[in-house]
Ligand binder design. Structure first.
Ligand code: KG4
Length: 337
């Protein structure tokens, strides 16, 4: 029997999970989103401090709910990157301390590998597969020919799609995080604003979101100066069609080009209803399977970190206690630490 205790603290959620032979025994999450909402985005310094306050509470709750002790674990897993440097440090220090005190192996896990493997709670992987990784910090297309074999075939040249949602939401007077409010508003609107499609005519699998964000800001400012009304729901719909349209177009083209058996969605933006629905429609009848993560798996959690750690444990991918964080860790480099 293998028991893993996993810790996640890369952004604004402090999370601890325990798995036993793949079965999730507990999934404790303390979200700071209400605090950061006041600032319209994650304040890194505040986030690190809150992780310091919350990590012990989350660890205690995980042990209390399962009736287990640190001694009962076979390994301690932790998100080593990418993420906010101060936030990552808190999780890593906690993991290293437990690993040292209880003489357990320390397993460093890549945050996006976690988002991808969250899908294993929803279905079985069929290789080769395409991962559509869309979050607040990342926008990547990743091909997997086997377990833990990641090849980035395209990524954003500037902003991440989630970051773009959050900035556009602010312009539209919506709260942080802006993904869900825009998703909801777009259902009430029409695509009436003409926004440029980034990288149109580009054959790569790369993305770009900063131009789209600037277009929305400029259009909103122009309307304000002219004293004209900005139709919020219509702008949300026009923006979402372009932002998600780019993801769906590139992902379906990549799925065909790479002859994949399956497409999986990962990251916070994979909660987007339009993305889920459009991806499903596009892949219908193609013979390519789609795994859509359950909503609880789309936000940051440690259950997904434990899923990756189970596989790394079998391969004995353990780190020394001198391990440091890497805020810019690349997924195809996940064994280098
Ligand atoms: O994965 P995540 O927690 O961020 C990182 O780890 O980087 O994702 C958070 C992002 C935020 O930008 C949020 O606005 C976006 O996911 N998001 C959505 C939706 N729900 C959350 N974006 C679009 N549509 C949604 N329904």
């Amino acid at each position: 029997m293998t028991r893993i205790l996993a810790i996640e603290s890369s952004c604004d959620e402090t999370a601890v999970a325990i798995t036993e032979d793949g079965k999730l025994l507990c999934n404790v999450i303390s979200s700071q989103v209400d605090v950061h909402a006041k600032y319209g985005g994650v304040m890194p310094e505040i986030a690190s401090r809150l992780h310091c306050e919350n990590i012990d509470v989350c660890l205690k709750e995980a042990l209390d709910t399962t009736g287990l002790k640190f001694e009962d674990m076979d390994a301690i897993a932790v998100t080593r990157g990418p993420g906010l440097i101060g936030c990552l440090h808190v999780g890593l220090q906690a993991a290293k301390t437990i690993a040292m005190l209880y003489n357990k192996p320390l397993i460093p896990v890549h945050h996006l590998a976690g988002h991808i493997y969250a899908n294993e709670y929803a279905g079985e992987f069929k290789f080769p597969l395409l991962c559509v990784v869309v979050s607040g910090g990342n926008t990547e297309l990743v091909i997997m020919k086997d377990h833990l074999d990641f090849e980035i075939i395209g990524e954003t040249k500037d902003d991440a799609v989630g970051e773009c949602y959050d900035k556009v939401a602010r312009v539209l007077g919506m709260p942080y995080p802006g993904g869900l409010p825009i998703d909801r508003a777009s259902k009430l609107g029409e695509h009436t604003y003409n926004l440029p499609v980034p990288l149109s005519g580009d054959n790569s699998f790369d993305f770009s979101y900063s131009g789209l964000k600037t277009s929305v800001i400029n259009l909103a400012n122009q309307l304000k100066m002219k004293g004209e009304e900005l139709r919020i729901n219509d702008m949300a719909k026009s923006f979402q069609d372009v932002a998600i349209g780019m993801v769906v177009d590139k992902a379906t083209k990549a799925a065909r080009n790479y002859n994949v058996k399956q497409v999986i969605l990962a990251g916070g933006v994979s909660a987007n209803s339009y993305l889920r629905e459009t991806m499903k429609n596009r892949l219908q009848g193609t013979g390519i399977d789609l795994i859509i993560p359950p909503l609880w798996c789309t936000t940051d959690n440690a259950a997904m970190i434990a899923k990756v750690a189970e596989r790394l444990y079998k391969l004995e991918v353990f780190a020394p206690l001198s391990l440091g964080v890497d805020p810019n860790w690349k997924i195809d480099d996940y064994r280098n630490f």
